[in-house]
Design a protein around this ligand. Sequence first.
Ligand SMILES: [Zn+2]
Length: 191
Amino acid sequence: MRIETDIVRGYKTCGADRTAMDEDCPGYDSVEIDVIREEVHRLFGDAAGVNGVGSAGIPVSNDPWSVLPSHSLIYVKPVNPEDVVCDYCGGPANLSLEARPKYQRLSEQGPDELIRRARADRKLGERQTDAAERQAVALERMAGANSDIDDLRAQVARLTAALDAQNSPLSASDAEPVSQGHPSRRARQKA
Ligand SMILES: [Zn+2]
């Protein structure tokens, strides 16, 4: 295996879910940054060797083919660890060796039509949820008002009962303080 590491000019692009936001993040336009380009070459010897012996029975270390590259993978890694996060929205950022491509427009539909529809669907869902929440709050408020009315009714009933008790002739003659409140009646009784 052979690994080559270089610091090269690369790009950083916001990778956040575009449908979750109303507008595209400013980081959706790629910006140039320094990145680590790490190329890992797998050699024929890495793949073919079993216990140090290649498929032709020749020790891998002596096999001239074993040092030739079989395939390679390129990894793009951040030089600055903070570059894995978008500068604007804090979402994940993509690192690449090329800027995000802008393709030629071939359709009558806008290039972001699917994103636009997904955003519209999400907003509709949010509005429905909002409406349901507002309805629930209004119902709660109404229920509260009803219980207030019930309290008032109970208070009125208590007051009415108390007034009835005060005004009834029985209690008026039995209870001295109440009869004191009606001197004229007492006067009439005496007369
Ligand atoms: Zn972003």
